[in-house]
Design a protein around this ligand. Structure first.
Ligand code: PLP
Length: 402
């Protein structure tokens, strides 16, 4: 008897933790040290969890052993609601769903919406969970292009041209992973206007909303479009540096009377996963209410800012490599000029880099970028480690041919 994966898996890919990982594991087992620059996991790079978050979780641990309400504990939902109210978004505790990370909530939100063949507009490049979850839900991911020559901002004309009568939702990832683009208000308004004109639900993935460099300002999609049904996603994995707690939230805003049936479905999915991990829910109130230590990290002289600068400078020094300066988030997405670096298969490129230099990055096509001419690198390692890693990538590229 042979067990095969279901047909539903046919278009489901998640290369950030893809097959190259097995090679990295094998190298480590053979005694090599591998620099893992594939997952945006701050804990791996010396970022500590904020003390106030740890204390609150510990203080509540002895009463966190039971299931909670499916949507999550009230104090945490209240803290999330108050946070978004302070940003001008009209929501209450019943509009908040806590989850085991944003990832679980993305999966629930998409599954509750799509019928087979329904289309979802997703950026290219994207955080690939959105594409994978859409495919798994029987939907069709339709990618709108982000324009590298315009600081990776989404191309509104391309987006408009891809809307059909099957399009149900628009995904906005701002700040974007992998490009680090932060969207100006006018552009967001243009995107939201398309959603308005075509009756689309808005999924706003804003998990990097506090990781902004160079005086960038983050605009919440929900605040700009109170007349649209908008689901905003964020959580503790990045700015609060506790990715392993698996703690995130989803906020429903806008004219919910037009989404009551959808919300019933979302509620059923929330109940089916019983509840989010309870101890981690106790981290949310402390995180949102306390001092925002992330600000120190992104300011000039702050660790993340310095690392972003260093990665961007060093990448641009490699012949045939160019990189748009990331304005937010934890990544850089450099381009390999096809006239200089002839790469036909970027997964092979990533594997060859791993085998030769013991550095693991992720190929651009893993982010649904249509050509094999990009890769993503984290800006999480210390600046000197980034320096060393990027020098090795440059050395590797100098002699690399496919
Ligand atoms: N959304 C984006 C844009 C991400 O980059 C990530 C993780 O890298 C997630 C969501 C998932 O976050 P979580 O750890 O909350 O599941």
């Amino acid at each position: 008897m042979e067990f095969k994966q279901s047909n539903k898996m046919a278009d489901v890919c998640y290369e950030i933790r893809g097959p190259v990982i097995e090679h990295a594991d094998a190298l480590e087992e053979a005694g090599h040290s591998v620099l893992r620059l594939n997952t945006g996991n701050p804990a791996l790079f010396g970022f500590e969890a904020p003390e106030e978050i740890l204390q609150d979780v510990l203080r509540n641990l002895s009463r966190a052993h039971g299931y909670t309400e499916s949507r999550g504990i009230l104090p945490a939902r209240r803290a999330v609601a108050q946070h978004y109210q302070s940003l001008g978004i009209d929501v209450g505790v019943d509009d908040i769903y806590l989850g085991n990370g944003v990832s679980e909530l993305v999966s629930m939100a998409v599954q509750a919406l799509l019928d087979d063949g329904d289309e979802v507009l997703i950026p290219a490049p994207d955080f690939p969970l959105w594409t994978a979850v859409t495919a798994l839900a029987g939907g069709k991911p339709v990618h709108y292009l982000c324009d590298e020559s315009a600081d990776w901002l989404p191309d509104l004309d391309d987006m408009a041209a891809k809307i059909t009568d099957r399009t149900r939702a628009l995904v906005i990832i701002n700040p974007n992973n992998p490009t680090g683009a932060v969207y100006p208000r006018e552009l967001l308004e243009g995107m939201l206007d398309l959603a308005r004109r075509h009756g689309l639900m808005v999924f706003a993935d804003e998990i990097y909303d506090r990781i902004l460099y160079d005086d960038e300002v983050h605009h919440n999609a929900a605040a700009l479009a109170p007349d649209l049904v908008c689901l905003t996603f964020s959580g503790l994995s990045k700015a609060y540096r506790v990715a392993g707690f698996r703690s995130g939230w989803l906020v429903v805003s806008g004219p919910k009377q037009h989404a009551s049936d959808y919300l019933e479905g979302l509620g059923t999915l929330a109940s089916m996963r019983l509840c989010p991990n309870a101890p981690a829910q106790y981290a949310i109130q402390a995180a949102l209410g306390g001092r925002q230590s992330i600000n120190d990290l992104v300011l000039p002289g702050g660790r993340l800012r310095e690392q972003r600068d260093r990665a961007w400078e060093r990448l641009n020094e490699i012949p045939g490599v160019s990189c748009v300066k990331p304005k937010g988030a934890l990544y850089a997405f450099p381009r390999l000029d096809p006239a200089v670096h002839k790469i036909h298969d970027d997964e092979k490129f990533v594997l060859d880099l791993l085998l030769r230099e013991k550095i693991q990055v992720v190929q651009g096509t893993g982010f649904n970028w249509p050509r094999p001419d990009h890769f993503r690198i984290l800006t999480l390692p210390y600046a000197d480690d980034l320096d060393a890693a990027i020098s090795r990538i440059g050395r590797f590229l100098a002699g690399y041919r496919q």
